[in-house]
Design a protein around this ligand. Structure first.
Ligand code: MLT
Length: 412
């Protein structure tokens, strides 16, 4: 029999969101009447129509494929030049951030990229991961054999956990020890917190001092409304020498089902070989993508490009305003109930303290069983998420208003 990758056996339970879906399905099967009333504020999945500019561009691109004179087969694995240029210009250079077109690698999602990036790193790196955290960073390191076993609390040996608590504003302090790879996500999933410029400057200074690399997930940058909150790690001088940034059109343009994202790997970013020789990471990622990935489909890349047209930008703004309006309502409702509420200001997630003595899975069950609302239990994001639950603002206005009403009708 073929040998398996035994690292998979170290993984705790199922991946969080399928596990939630499983529990919701079980509840629905047992409670047909309640099932019809369920409102899903668990996984952060967009609900509103795809922007018109994207739809029109996608249809025109499909028509091009329908004519042999404009037909296209395999595209460049790193993304078409038109999209790489549109991203670099509109998301970076127009904000005076130095990113070249060929430092953009177009992909089908940040979830894939944050996992796949491990292909270009060696074994033995010391990992620093925030707690709570988007579970993909942890699980992909477990799968790659970069950790030991999990303890009773679910913490894996070999990971330096960086606790994010209300006391530190959900932005971790610099670790006392030396680490090599640091995962940061701001605006944060799941807490909805943002990092200040000074906090990111401290991380960049640390990474440069220790030759560490920051894996910066900025998938929610479009939700930052406050001009003082950094939207990219590259706003911080020196970050081009120590950071990779992940971005996505999933939430930005309502593309969760369409699939388009990108990763920025600056050409000035170096790692080292075991023998101590400096090696640029850009050609390694280019090589990895051209070997294991065939690029994003042409119509999807045209749709993403269209988000940067004048009409596209206005439609994206409208989408973001819609979801952030939802976030404000959810925040307000939680505050009115006297709950400990965080996030939801420059991020589409509201991070809410459970009433005293109630665990986050108990809260999940209660919200599902009594209010028929799906939320995400904080413990699913790590040990430090216990005692919290996350409400996603991705929904229709009517559903969010109904969630607020139902929460107010619960006895807290
Ligand atoms: C979430 O709900 O945390 C996200 O939607 C998950 C994802 O983007 O993969």
């Amino acid at each position: 029999m073929a040998l398996i990758n035994e690292n998979y056996l170290k993984l705790k339970a199922g991946y969080l969101f399928p596990e939630i879906a499983r529990r919701v399905n079980a509840f629905s099967e047992a409670n047909a009447e309640a099932a019809a009333r369920i409102i899903r504020c668990g996984i952060g999945d967009v609900t509103e129509a795809l922007p018109l500019a994207a739809r029109e561009a996608m249809k025109a691109a499909v028509d091009e494929l329908g004519d042999r004179t404009t037909f296209r087969g395999y595209g460049p694995e790193q993304g078409y030049p038109f999209l790489r240029a549109a991203i670099a210009e509109n998301m970076f250079r127009s904000r005076e951030i130095d990113v070249a077109d060929d430092e953009i690698f177009v992909s089908d999602g940040s979830k894939c990229d944050t996992g796949n990036i491990l292909d270009i790193f060696g074994k033995g790196n010391v990992l620093a991961i925030t707690d709570p955290v988007y579970p993909v960073y942890v699980d992909t390191n477990v799968m790659a054999g970069n950790t030991g076993e999990a303890d009773a609390s679910g913490a894996y040996a070999g990971i330096v956990y960086l606790p994010c608590t209300a006391a530190n504003g959900f932005v971790p302090g610099i670790p006392a020890e030396k680490v090599d790879l640091i995962y940061l996500c701001y605006p944060n999933n799941p807490t909805g917190a943002t990092a200040t410029r000074a906090q990111l400057e401290a991380w960049v200074a640390y990474a440069r001092k220790h030759g560490a690399i920051i894996l910066y997930d900025a998938a929610y940058e479009a939700f930052v409304g406050d001009p003082d909150v950094p939207r990219s790690i590259y706003e911080i001088p020196g970050a081009r020498e120590c950071a990779i940034e992940f971005r996505s059109f999933s939430k930005h343009g309502g593309f969760t089902g369409v699939r388009c994202a990108f990763t920025v790997v600056p050409k000035s970013l170096m790692g080292r070989t075991a023998a101590g020789a400096a090696q640029a990471l850009h050609p390694l990622w280019a090589r990895r993508q051209s070997t294991k990935f065939n690029g994003v489909s042409y119509p999807v890349q045209r749709a993403a490009e269209a988000l940067f047209s004048e009409a596209g930008k206005a439609q994206v703004r409208e989408l973001i305003e819609h979801y952030m309006g939802n976030a404000a309502l959810l925040r307000e409702a939680c505050a009115e109930l006297g709950l400990d509420v965080h996030g939801g200001v420059n991020a589409p997630y509201i991070w809410v303290g459970c009433p005293r003595g109630v665990t986050s899975w108990e809260m999940f069950d209660r919200m599902l069983g009594e209010a028929h609302v799906v939320v995400t239990p904080g413990a699913g994001f790590g040990g430090a998420g216990e005692g919290f639950f996350r409400i996603s603002a991705f929904n229709s206005r009517a559903n969010v208003e109904e969630v607020c009403r139902r929460m107010k009708a619960l006895s807290w």
